[in-house]
Design a protein around this ligand. Sequence first.
Ligand code: GRF
Length: 193
Amino acid sequence: MVVSTGINRVRTAVFISGTGTNLKSLVKFSKTKLSPISINFIFSNNSKAKGLNYAKKIKIKKKVLNFKNKKLSENKLLAILKKNNIEMICLAGFMKILSKNFIKKFKGKILNIHPSLLPKYKGLNTHQRVLNNKEKYSGCTVHYVNSKLDSGKIILQKKVKISKKETVVSLAKKILVQEHKLYPKAILQIFNY
Ligand code: GRF
């Protein structure tokens, strides 16, 4: 378990692959008085991730490693995280699967957000599959990361209603708004705030 004393906020890294809107919401949250975490590092496997421009703007240290050689990239990354005294990791739209070895090094200290009501709809193309199955509700989940995809212990979920005219785009948008609230809430919850 990670413990925040309130004075020394838990040094956290955010891993992204794309737009980085969850990264933005986490950074905003980390700057509030109540936040048990500080965001000190941003990592991406994708040099074109939009979220990296934001990282540059807010002057948080960042690193890109393409993960083509996963073992090598992970080992480099572990060394960098250690050097930067990172204690916790938030995956936010990170599209690579971390190895068992990597997860072991941060056991119980890696969180992820997924745009479905887990355990339903693990993996990719979530919204399309939800709509194909004519679900009435979908949502988002913050969970701990273990070695199985989208399967770690659930921390918090938010349900959203699917409208009759829902499309993949409208559903993704609707859920993303909730994700931005849910991730900070889940972090507060694990630190018992
Ligand atoms: C989010 O829907 C997240 O749940 C999923 O990928 C999307 C990332 O969005 N894993 P962003 O990069 O945070 O804007």
